[in-house]
Design a protein around this ligand. Structure first.
Ligand SMILES: O=C(O)CCC(=O)C(=O)O
Length: 206
């Protein structure tokens, strides 16, 4: 079975048979400058998606090479997906904060962390409320991974105005205006609707 079909087989367990892809990335984590520029603060991916229900959304993150704490592996807080969507803000790091890399301010410091050491081709699937991030890249090379977020096509959009996700809408629309000339009052759901692609079955609500 091809790699993609194998991923889809697992996806269906979370999304159901009608599946859309919402967001894909090739993550090319650069060597750190010494100011945490390569760190990804602890966050929940749902913060970026104006969609419900969260149980029908799943992220797939695939290592493109050996990844461990030295080049900045993923770090997860097991069980944290059972909580709510938390408030996100830019971390108070001097000089190393990347645009759109929000972090959770009030997670439980005593919650055990698991660092995911992965080999090339290993894939981890995670719930959009799972608290996770990644550490510094202490090597001289770029650390590579690919990720895609999938959702059940019968999920629905929500309006993020007045919610903790409003800040995401503001930042993404600012970037979309700069890069593509899209009006800066475009809603987060319209920006996502434009990027969503049908993977399998029928495109229902999304
Ligand atoms: O690849 C990384 O370093 C972190 C990626 C991540 O946490 C995310 O995309 O949500």
């Amino acid at each position: 079975m091809s790699f993609f079909r194998t991923i889809l087989k697992y996806m269906e367990c979370f999304t159901g048979l009608d599946i859309v892809a919402m967001h894909t990335m090739l993550i090319n984590k650069p060597p750190d400058s010494g100011k945490k520029t390569s760190s990804h603060p602890l966050h929940q991916d749902l913060h970026y998606f104006p969609i419900k229900p969260s149980n029908n959304i799943v992220g797939a993150w695939t290592a493109m090479e050996h990844i461990d704490r030295n080049n900045g592996c993923l770090c997860v807080l097991p069980g944290s997906h059972k909580g709510d969507l938390k408030l996100h803000a830019y971390p108070k790091w001097e000089g190393g904060v990347n645009i759109m890399f929000y972090g959770i301010q009030d997670y439980d410091e005593n919650c055990p962390r698991v660092h995911l050491v992965m080999e090339k081709g290993d894939t981890v699937f995670f719930h959009p409320l799972l608290i996770h991030g990644s550490g510094w890249n202490r090597t001289q090379g770029y650390r590579k991974a690919i990720s895609c977020h999938f959702a059940g096509a019968d999920c629905h959009y929500i309006d993020v105005k007045g919610t903790s996700q409003e800040v995401t809408e503001r930042d993404i629309s600012r970037i979309a205006k700069k890069l593509y000339g899209i009006p800066d009052d475009t809603s987060l759901q319209d920006m996502l609707r434009f990027r969503v692609r049908l993977v399998k079955g029928k495109r229902i609500n999304l």
